[in-house]
Design a protein around this ligand. Structure first.
Ligand code: ATP
Length: 223
């Protein structure tokens, strides 16, 4: 069987983890581009339940997932994997990828993370073991910088520059250029708390939901 035939019969599972508090175009535009670049039938957005590397989310897990549903409605190639929401414990990527690896032993797993997150990847639970189960794709993000650790790790694990289609089961790290949108959920929450517009930073359906549920208001933080 040729490499090309092998590639077409091996499932390629793409996962983009995050808090999505709320989801915005800085997540969605890269997700669409990554699904295309890595030839994924589906890229799963993977909302965490209890984030490990930051304080608790402002909006509840249920509301963050509701916003994700509104955001990806009718967008081909994007879906939600809500498994971390169902685990009432800290959301470790290692646990999630172990589950998916057990479900799909032969699949090529691609875990996408922003450069800001990858710069601190050495603080992730079992980060070396994650690389024994999955490949990482580091997504460029405005103003994000590599750390010494992430520069070294990328140099060790990346394949030749320009080879953008990962087809091995695990262990490769690539950095991928996407349209740079300087949008963050923190900035969106701040604007809403100050009663400023968030138009064109996130889908209109999501901002309508935020208004209807009175999320991120300074005096009435959501539960
Ligand atoms: P916050 O401001 O609350 O920390 P965020 O906007 O960084 O949130 P997250 O849900 O924490 O959003 O991010 C999920 C993933 O998406 C992370 O890997 C993050 O690096 C990446 N990401 C977030 N915003 C962007 C962006 N504008 N461009 C590229 N990647 C992004």
């Amino acid at each position: 069987m040729s490499n090309r035939e092998q590639r077409s019969t091996t499932a390629r599972v793409g996962l983009f983890g995050g808090t999505f508090d709320p989801v915005h175009f800085g997540h969605l535009r890269p997700a669409v581009e990554l699904a295309e670049a890595y030839k994924l039938d589906t890229l799963y957005l993977l909302p965490n339940h209890r984030p490990v590397h930051r304080g608790p989310a402002s909006a509840s897990t249920e509301r963050r997932i509701a916003m994700l549903h509104l955001a990806i409605e009718a967008i081909p190639n994007l879906a939600i994997d809500a498994r971390e929401a169902l685990r009432d414990k800290p959301s470790y990527t290692f646990d999630t990828l172990s589950e998916i690896r057990a479900e799909q032993p032969a699949a090529t797993l691609l875990f996408f993370l922003g450069l800001d997150a990858f710069a601190k990847y050495d603080t992730w639970h079992n980060w070396e073991e994650i690389l024994e189960m999955a490949n990482l794709v580091v997504v460029d993000r405005p103003n994000a910088q590599h750390s010494d650790f992430s520069t070294d790790l990328l140099a060790r694990q990346r394949r030749s520059v320009g080879e953008v289609i990962i087809d091995g089961r695990c262990g490769v790290i690539e950095q991928c250029d996407v349209t740079q949108l300087e949008i963050s959920a923190t900035d969106i929450r701040r604007r809403i708390a100050k009663n400023l517009s968030v138009r064109f930073l996130l889908p209109a359906t999501v901002s309508e939901y935020i208004s209807a549920q009175s999320l991120y208001k300074a005096r009435h933080p959501s539960k």
